[in-house]
Ligand binder design. Structure first.
Ligand code: 59V
Length: 518
């Protein structure tokens, strides 16, 4: 694997964001595949300078603002790259391994080389541990970083078949003919024995969200570049981000988007949409379109087994106070999780649903109730006069009008679908999901809706072909007809075996009454 080619060298020294984007463009558009190690060292170097708050003690002296963006010389980047190449080639005796596609032994050997060179003890969930710069200068990598380093090392050894596989909270590798083999190469979470070297089969069989039911993002080399760009962490500390690092990430994600490399990568689309919401790029698609492209990709390429595309959009709507849309997204997210069994390694998505149910929805219900209280309908001029005091001598409380949200049966239906999805997620799981704290919030949320709305609910039965089996109104009509008929003639035929609740695959969909069949 050669180092930088001449056409790459001409971008150095990198002086600004544009020069980094042009380096990535040339790496991504030429015939030879992009060099993961070189690009990762370059990004890690820049991230280290821009987010290392020691560097921020350079105050601007008024007249001349200190240049923030570092000048990245070729020499230090190439030196680190060669250190990586020597370490990998020095540790793996290729004569033992067949050329062509990689074997499980080779992948395990490379994972062991990375693993054994990590420093003994460090906080693995800290920021800025995702790049080869961190690995080569500090021997520290996070869980994603180890998987990425294994793929970059296999590329250095000349294996074009070893690729990164990504779920929403884990990473592993595929290799062999048609990438049909899988192997764990890193650890996951806290207190879980690492399964390095093993194939992924058990995780999928257990139906755990962590392995996405066998629908992970299967990266190409360009998507591995997208993963390293997505993994950029612009944070300086828990309250501050480096604007330059965030805008470098944003511009690199647009480069990858425009080249079509984010098409099958929902989380990268979500990352770009979040950055665009903060600082929109002129003449680019709006965040809402990117979020929907992520949802579409999840449906088209991953059998709609990914949860984050819906929670990305749900968070976006929530931040903008579009609470009905947020509830709809969260209901769709729960509709995905219902098909999984909860497993102890699925805590990340559990925490996501916990935050939605225990923080975001209660805050939402509070804020709509408060705004209803202060709504013009209640201001003194238009509020009901105090006749109630006169009429019965006692002051009867003026009934507080509920906000439109709490009077909307569809919103109530979304809330029920959210909770129903979480309940079904728990069914058949080895680990319980719900506890009494959940019940408190479920009751509180349901009680926030008006009794009228809760009675207006219309449960439709949808068969597994998506057809409406019958709704309750039809059922009532049929009952009335039947009662009439029965008074005339004896019931002859067997009652029709409806594909109702008892049948396999049908599910109840709650819809607001009187709405068009959507
Ligand atoms: F490799 C692992 F183990 F790290 C798993 C991966 C995570 C992840 C990611 N994330 C994780 C999810 N993430 C989210 N940010 N907001 C989210 C939402 F809850 F709003 F949906 S999800 C930030 C970026 N973004 C790009 N690619 C990846 S691959």
């Amino acid at each position: 694997m050669a180092g930088f080619r001449d056409e790459d060298k001409r971008h150095f020294p990198l002086q600004d964001i544009k020069s980094v984007v042009e380096l990535f463009r040339s790496q991504l558009s030429c015939s030879v595949e992009p060099n993961l190690a070189l690009l990762s060292v370059t990004l890690g170097y820049i991230e280290n300078v821009l987010t290392n708050n020691r560097a921020l003690n350079k105050v601007d002296s008024g007249a001349n603002l200190e240049p923030i963006f570092p000048v990245v010389e070729l020499a230090p980047v190439e030196a680190l790259y060669h250190k990586f190449v020597c370490q990998i080639k020095g540790s793996v005796d290729l004569s033992q391994f067949t050329h062509g596609v990689a074997t499980r032994d080779l992948v395990k050997k490379v994972s062991d080389v990375i693993w054994s060179s990590l420093s003994r003890s460090y906080h693995t969930d800290r920021a800025h541990l995702q790049s080869l710069y961190s690995y080569l200068t500090g021997n520290r990598l996070d869980c994603f970083g180890v998987a990425f380093a294994v793929v970059a090392a296999c590329q250095v050894l000349g294996y074009k078949d070893v690729h990164l596989a990504l779920s929403e909270d884990h990473a592993w590798v595929t290799f062999g003919d048609k990438g049909a083999e899988t192997a764990e190469v890193t650890w996951h979470g806290k207190g879980n024995e690492d399964k390095r070297g093993q194939p992924i089969s058990v995780g999928v069989a257990e139906k755990s969200w962590l392995y996405l039911y066998g629908y992970p993002v299967q990266c190409t080399r360009s998507m591995e570049v997208a993963a390293m760009v997505s993994a950029i962490n612009p944070s300086i500390d828990s309250h501050t981000d480096s604007i330059e690092m965030a805008s470098l990430q944003q511009e690199l994600l647009w480069l990858l988007y425009d080249m079509g490399h984010l098409r099958k990568y929902p989380m990268a689309l979500g990352n770009l949409a979040d950055l665009e919401e903060i600082d929109p790029t002129p003449d680019k698609p709006p965040p809402i379109q990117l979020f929907h492209e992520g949802i579409h990709a999840g449906k088209v390429y991953y059998n709609n087994q990914h949860v984050y595309p819906y929670t990305y959009l749900g968070s976006h709507h929530y931040r903008r106070g579009q609470f009905k849309d947020a509830l709809h997204c969260w209901a769709q997210a729960a509709n995905v999780i219902r098909s999984y069994n909860y497993n102890r390694e699925d805590e990340e998505i559990y925490k996501e649903f916990l935050e939605i149910a225990h923080e975001l929805i209660p805050n939402m219900l509070k804020s709509v109730s408060l705004s209803a209280l202060h709504s013009p309908a209640l201001s003194p001029a238009s509020s009901t006069d105090d006749s109630s005091e006169k009429s019965n001598g006692r002051s009867t409380p003026v009934s507080v009008p509920l906000s439109p949200l709490l009077n909307d049966p569809e919103c109530f239906a979304y809330l029920l679908q959210l909770y129903d999805g979480i309940c079904q997620w728990e069914e058949g799981s080895s680990t319980p999901v719900l506890h009494i704290g959940w019940a408190k919030h479920i009751v509180q949320s349901i009680n926030s809706f008006s009794p009228q709305v809760r009675s207006k609910l219309n449960i439709l039965l949808i068969g597994d072909q998506g057809e409406v089996i019958k709704d309750e109104e039809e059922e009532e009509e049929e009952e009335k007809e039947k009662d009439k008929d029965e008074s005339k003639t004896e019931e002859k035929e067997e009652p029709k075996k409806g594909r109702g609740r008892g049948s396999k695959g049908s599910r109840a969909v709650a819809k607001g009454k009187g709405e068009k069949n959507g």
